[in-house]
Design a protein around this ligand. Structure first.
Ligand code: SF4
Length: 188
């Protein structure tokens, strides 16, 4: 049988340590009861790749009853060896997050109130504002007469919870509009 680093960690973490404690007369009943209540108990493990940057760390996802219940770094993968940065460690909240807004919120200029709007209304509004600003401010040539075709009055700021592919698409859209100021977390 071939042992992986993960198998070894499980064995040393649960089996060997448990054996040593039993020999010392420690009652493992409460610990076993606690372990039985863990969210990953009985879950199926699947290997996936962190979507947030080009390092591409491996992540073990635990799936229970068709739902992702836990994510952690894969100790068998040579690139990250079980470690994850803050973005990768927060991957689970991409799929489930009770704090996430599910409807667009709009705050009108000079207002101190947020209003709930429909997606259609919000897309229309964003498209209108981008077009107005681009039509007004687009720079075709610089002060030396060189063609630059750029827009300096719109800034794109990507969320830290957008993945590489979403941001690659957003990047192309921004470049197509002539934006030169844009930033997001998938640039590494
Ligand atoms: S964002 Fe962090 S965890 Fe994800 S691939 Fe990059 S370095 Fe790894």
């Amino acid at each position: 049988m071939k042992w992986t680093r993960r198998d070894f960690m499980k064995l040393t973490g649960a089996g060997v340590a448990g054996l040593g404690l039993v020999q010392l007369g420690v009652d493992l009943g409460p610990a076993r009861a606690y372990a039985a209540g863990l969210k990953t108990e009985g879950a199926k493990e699947v290997i996936t790749v962190c979507p947030f940057c080009s390092v591409s760390c491996n992540i073990i996802g635990s799936v229970k009853d068709g739902k992702l219940v836990s994510t952690e770094g894969d100790p068998d993968y040579p690139i990250n060896r079980g470690a994850l940065c803050a973005k990768g460690a927060a991957l689970l909240s991409m799929t489930r997050n009770e704090h996430r807004l599910t409807k667009p919120m709009y705050r009108a200029p000079n207002s101190d109130k947020w209003e709930e709007k429909s997606w259609d209304w919000m897309f229309e509004r964003i498209a209108q504002r981008v077009k107005e600003t681009r039509d007004k401010d687009f720079i075709f040539k610089d002060d030396k007469g060189r063609t630059v075709n750029r827009l300096e009055t719109v800034f794109f700021h990507g969320t830290s919870h957008a993945d590489n592919e979403e941001l690659a698409l957003a990047h192309q859209i921004c470049k197509g509009l002539g934006l030169v100021y844009l930033d997001h977390q998938a640039r590494t």
